[in-house]
Design a protein around this ligand. Structure first.
Ligand code: DGY
Length: 324
């Protein structure tokens, strides 16, 4: 199908995108890029989507019925620049007649790498050591100075054995870890990991790593009760979505020694972080860096753009999200 240039579709990008992605979008429409170096407020989002045929969103943009009320019936696609899409009301967007797409696959390795970075930073006290050295406090090497936990022969419990969970399992196996997962689906022998129930995973793992999407079923999956099930020597890593973990309960568990440590890349109310976490030495805090490599972010934006191009040219979306 060819595009009629006299009636160019309006494509909205809620944040700036790499030039390669913008160039692809400009082949099929007039692109408006938000001039603000911050997420748009709900009312700004509403104004931005009015008259749009396609919207390229970030995980910080909430597209719900209220925002969609401002959109025209011509809206055909909401392309999220993220694999997670809990920021989008997929049902409401489908009712509006538009398709939702996400960016699976292209960020698997980057996110798995970051998960291992947090795991190592926490268990080997790297961030804590960095703060110590920067503080100028006196320190000397001795046999009991700043000891951490080795990973060899330790058990990693993966919650959410999708692409990223499996990539984390492969990396952890290379460090000599034994892997278990709580996904009934992932019982294939080549999966490197043993499926177990969630309680067993929590009770027996030395490191628990969260990789499930945020849904109504997984919100606060790791709450005070789940944390109580974990070993006092265990670490919790979350590079999925903040609200899978009850942040207040985690701050309490870390400060009272219910678990030994944590590594977090995501937060319940990003960019806010529970104040109880910021003062603790046994948690490593990263600012949602899972997919933050130059190549990965370019590929995410390009995949979002390619989805827009496909839909606006009358083809099927490349990576559509199914409507629940
Ligand atoms: C995603 O794509 O959902 C990630 O959280 C982005 O880093």
């Amino acid at each position: 199908m060819t595009i009629d240039n006299t009636l160019r579709p309006r494509i909205v990008a809620t944040r700036t995108l790499p030039d390669t992605a913008l160039a692809r979008l400009r082949t099929v429409g007039d692109v408006w890029v938000s001039p603000h170096d911050r997420p748009l407020s709900p009312s700004e989002l509403g104004r931005a989507v009015a008259g749009a045929t396609a919207v390229v969103t970030m995980l910080s943009d909430r597209i719900d019925a209220a925002v969609l009320a401002a959109a025209s019936s011509g809206l055909r696609i909401v392309a999220n620049t993220a694999v997670g899409y809990d920021n989008l009301d997929v049902r409401a967007i489908a009712r509006h007649g538009a398709v939702v797409t996400n960016t699976p696959g292209v960020l698997t390795d980057a996110t798995a790498d970051l998960t291992l970075a947090l795991l190592l930073a926490g268990t080997r006290r790297v961030a804590e050591g960095d703060r110590l050295v920067r503080s100028g406090a006196a320190w000397t090497w001795d046999v009991s100075f700043m000891l951490g936990t080795g990973l060899q022969d330790k058990r990693l419990g993966v919650i959410g054995m999708g692409h990223i969970g499996r990539a984390v399992a492969r990396r952890a196996a290379a460090f000599g870890m034994e892997i278990v997962n709580s996904s009934r689906r992932d019982s294939r022998p080549e999966a490197l990991s043993l499926p177990v129930g969630l309680d067993e995973l929590l009770e027996t793992s030395d490191v628990v790593s969260v990789h499930c999407p945020l849904t109504s079923q997984t919100r606060h999956l790791i709450d005070a009760v789940a944390l109580e099930h974990m070993k006092p020597s265990a670490f919790l890593i979350n590079t999925a979505r903040g609200a899978v973990v009850d942040e207040a309960a985690l701050a309490q568990a870390l400060s009272t020694g219910t678990i030994a440590g944590a590594g977090l890349d995501v937060y319940e109310n990003e960019p806010d972080v529970h104040p109880g976490l910021r003062t603790l030495d046994n948690v490593v805090l990263a600012p949602h860096l899972g997919s933050a490599t130059v190549g990965t972010r370019a590929r995410m934006a390009e995949l979002a753009a390619d989805n827009v191009v496909a839909v606006l040219c009358g083809r099927d979306a490349i990576t559509p999200v199914s409507v629940p």
